[in-house]
Design a protein around this ligand. Structure first.
Ligand code: SAM
Ligand code: SF4
Length: 394
């Protein structure tokens, strides 16, 4: 099972002013991707889906469009309707929600009910940003937004919806991560709907000089994620948590000496691309440096961009990054190399700033619980916590 993700920055306009937001300078910008722009993106996405199917005939392959911002709900319902009609025209109505899926991250602060109903009807997968502890996520008047967003999440769960919850780990909430886990579990367990959780360690932004109130160094991130991993392993009804589940799976593959597999872009191709509002394409999570763009998808389809000099340069940058951080790493071949894009956080030396020490910490925790390369090869296996999440992802 392979997913190709297109993160599409439809517009940067936003009703909040989260102080850590990496789009901070553009949150007033009303420009949006035009329908012609969408057509160009959809045609390239269709081409790449077919290309991946041709190259991997035995694998199930799907494409995911992440309607990103800014705040997507600032755009009118008519815009969503027009783009969905275009998806049906370009990609084939029968392929929507089978081959091609729509995802939407939102602040869920003031999303019009009619838009929420549309997302439901069209089966958009929704992920809500919720840091639980106030501090960074404020509206344009500087007021905190957590209580209102929490209530909106509870309402959706009460109505039986399933949704993601994205929490940015920053100085305001890092000490409370275990309480946040309990709070989200409480919401999940006491409502008909359900939640899965993604923790996003704060990444570099123009508003972060290292001394901002939300700034966070790497060590507390690794420490608290290690503590959460222990809590999670003890929890018979644990929530699905990323990136812990992904690291746990790679570590289990490492401990059971599974076959190594390298997710190098040269051989594997792309797994995610980001399209900025102006059409410039970036390798997902790459810096927004224009010099690192693969080119403009409004002017040239992906099939041509992949033949270009900029694409070749992006592969060379990736090679250099992997040579520096992945080669010789004990987790290489199990880890999917995705963490390497943020390896340099806080000027890391040697290995990936967060993923490497976190995986080392998780290995120690597993060993203390009797899960080692030896015990996992023995005829009688130790108890493996959260097994359902490992088998679901394997
Ligand atoms: C840019 S927002 C766009 C979608 C929507 N406005 C929202 O807040 O969910 C996408 C995600 O990036 C996260 N984010 C913003 N700035 C960040 C930063 N500096 N580090 C890590 N994540 C960040 C947000 O919390 C959100 O989960
Ligand atoms: S709601 Fe999203 S886009 Fe808006 S400021 Fe906050 S993180 Fe940025």
């Amino acid at each position: 099972m392979r997913v190709m993700e297109w993160e599409i920055k439809m517009s940067k306009l936003c009703n909040l002013r989260c102080t850590y937001c990496y789009e901070f300078e553009e949150l007033d910008d009303r420009r949006r991707i035009s329908l012609d722009g969408w057509r160009a993106i959809l045609e390239s996405a269709r081409w790449y889906q077919h290309e991946l199917e041709r190259q991997n005939p035995d694998e199930e392959i799907t494409t995911r469009f992440v309607w990103h911002g800014g705040e997507p709900s600032m755009l009118p319902l008519s815009y969503f309707e027009q783009v969905l009609a275009l998806e049906r025209e370009v990609l084939g109505a029968e392929n929507i929600n089978t081959v091609y899926h729509n995802h939407i991250p939102t602040n869920l602060y003031a999303v019009p009910p009619r838009l929420q109903e549309f997302w439901e009807r069209e089966q958009f997968v929704i992920a809500v940003s919720y840091d639980v502890y106030d501090g960074a996520r404020v509206n344009t008047a500087g007021q905190q937004t957590g209580a209102k967003v929490g209530e909106n999440i509870r309402r959706r769960l009460a109505a039986g919806r399933r949704m993601g919850c994205n929490t940015v780990l920053n100085a305001y909430n890092v000490e409370h991560l275990l309480d946040i886990y309990e709070h989200l579990k409480d919401l999940n367990d006491n409502n008909p709907g359900s939640l899965y959780w993604t923790i996003i360690p704060l990444h570099k932004t123009s508003t972060d000089d290292g001394n901002a109130e939300f700034s966070l160094t790497t060590k507390p991130i690794v420490d608290v994620l290690g503590q959460l991993f222990e809590r999670w392993l003890d929890d018979p009804q644990g929530l699905l948590i990323q990136p812990l589940q992904e690291h746990y799976l790679s570590l289990m593959r490492q401990l059971t000496r599974s076959e190594k597999y390298y997710f190098s872009r040269r051989a594997y191709g792309e797994s995610s691309l980001m399209v900025n509002t102006d059409g410039h394409v970036y390798v997902f999570n790459g810096e927004y440096e224009m010099s690192e763009s693969l080119g403009c998808i409004f002017d040239q389809p992906l099939s041509e961009l992949r033949q270009g000099e900029r694409y070749r340069a992006s592969l060379e940058r990736q090679d250099a990054l992997e040579a520096r951080f992945c080669h010789g790493c004990p987790h290489d071949g199990y880890c999917n190399r995705a963490p390497v894009v943020s390896a340099y956080r806080n000027g890391a030396q040697g290995r990936c700033a967060i993923a490497y020490p976190l995986q080392q910490r998780m290995l120690e925790i597993l060993a203390r619980r009797g899960m080692t390369a030896e015990t996992l090869q023995a005829p009688v296996l130790p108890v493996i916590p959260q097994l359902k999440y490992l088998t679901a992802a394997a």
